[in-house]
Design a protein around this ligand. Structure first.
Ligand SMILES: Cc1ncc(COP(=O)(O)O)c(C=O)c1O
Length: 403
């Protein structure tokens, strides 16, 4: 096995990980002369479906395109509301707006940074048409107890599983629970196509709608292929297909994915052990036994977070903050209402460098720097700044209350 990207260590927050044979696959795809949607794309779809143990998968150009099409196929239209956590990448929200619908932002659980069934239940209104749980860090979300109510009200669950390819929900992979599930295969995801995405449809009819919509609304029977004079536009559509070149990368990545699962679980577990005893650090739990971790996120006291972030960045430790809250973004503020838990949490979030080429030594470098920097920041902070519950509206994590 050859890792063809430079290791990056703690200087990268996230990075693509290549196995080496992507280069041959790309060369083969280039030589084929067919670069758009093609046989590679369809083979990738079949292999994804087999891996996830689902009847079908529809490949698309990006995770954002996957969300957009999934919402449309669930019937989301102007005037509808879609429930979504504010703590997500802005792509989740843009996909809702692209349907002409409006986001209804909800809080997340501080222990997981994921939405709970209770958060969703209280946000339901007569206008709710879909719920978009975001599987933060790759962790599956349990909406047991709410599913029947949503089904009875004809409200779809469109999972934003951009982070969660390969993770489990119960005994099956995410995507196999019967919801419309959307994955991202962008550059830094556990499975990368450079750019790409996929949707697990709920029915064969939905798969056909999605395939048409990703190809500008064009329908064409297999027999028609190559007959350039004939095509029929049967509905709304976008240029959202996954190219042969991207699919070729994805197929290689999928064949190696068991190795990726092991690498990411191991890295997260090493991190959790290295961070366990650091004062003022709470590791956001990912249920690592069932998750292919996408991030290692920690919570630190809000008054120290920005200084810790700045100092670590200056020391070339690429910490990040995922994500700036969407309801506070200028473009989305007209749909905002206060979310005290998310607002308190967001000021505590730090995402640590996390990518599969990192070594155990890299993790210890990050942990040592975090410990040292937190001490420095605490020494500079006004007395009492790191006392538990300093944030109004912050629901204390068990570790904080035990200090
Ligand atoms: C939570 C979440 N949703 C959606 C997306 C969009 O995926 P893509 O970048 O493939 O469009 C991302 C990408 O990082 C994401 O993190």
């Amino acid at each position: 096995m050859t890792v063809v990207t430079a290791p990056g260590g703690p200087r990268a927050n996230a990075r693509p990980f290549l196995y080496g044979d992507e280069i041959t696959a790309i060369a083969r795809a280039l030589e084929s002369g067919q670069y758009g949607h093609g046989a590679e794309t369809e083979a990738f779809e079949r292999e994804l479906a087999a891996y996830l143990d689902v009847p079908d998968v529809v490949a698309v150009a990006t995770g954002t395109a996957a969300l957009h099409l999934a919402l449309l196929s669930a019937g989301v239209a102007p005037g509808d509301e879609v429930i979504v956590p504010s703590l997500t990448f802005c792509a989740s929200v843009q996909a809702i707006l692209a349907c002409g619908a409006r986001p209804r932002f909800v809080d997340v659980d501080p222990a997981t940074l994921c939405t709970t069934a209770d958060d969703v239940r209280v946000a339901l209104t007569p206008a709710t048409r879909a719920v978009m749980p975001v599987l933060y860090g790759g962790r599956a979300i349990d909406l047991t107890g709410l599913r029947e109510q949503l089904a009875a009200q004809d409200i779809a669950i469109v999972e934003d599983a951009a982070h969660a390819f390969g993770s489990y929900t119960g005994p099956r992979r995410v995507g196999a629970a019967g919801d419309l599930t959307c994955f991202s295969f962008d550059a830094i995801k556990a499975l990368t196509c450079a750019d790409g995405g996929a949707i697990v449809p709920r029915t064969a009819g939905e798969a056909a709608v999605l395939r048409r919509a990703r190809a500008l609304g064009i329908t064409r029977s297999r027999a028609d292929r190559g007959a350039a004079l004939s095509y029929t536009v049967d509905g709304t559509g976008f240029r959202y297909h996954l190219s042969t070149l991207h699919a070729a990368i994805g197929r290689v990545q999928l064949a190696h994915f068991p190795e990726m699962e092991t690498r990411r679980r191991r890295l997260w577990t090493i991190y959790a052990a290295a961070l366990r005893d650091i004062e003022n650090v709470t590791v956001v739990d990912l249920d690592v036994a069932h998750t292919v971790p996408f991030t290692c996120t920690v919570l630190v006291p809000a008054p120290l977070r920005d200084e810790v972030h700045t100092r670590l960045r200056a020391a070339e430790i690429a910490v990040g903050v995922h994500y700036p809250l969407n309801h506070l973004q200028p473009a989305f503020s007209r749909w905002a209402s206060p979310l005290p838990r998310s607002e308190a949490l967001w000021r505590q979030v730090l995402t640590l460098p996390f990518h599969p080429a990192m070594t155990e030594n890299d993790v210890h470098t990050v942990a040592t720097a975090l410990r040292r920097t937190l001490r420095l920041a605490a020494d500079n902070a006004p007395a009492g700044a790191t006392a538990p519950n300093q944030d109004k509206g912050h629901r204390p994590h068990p570790k904080e209350t035990s200090q």
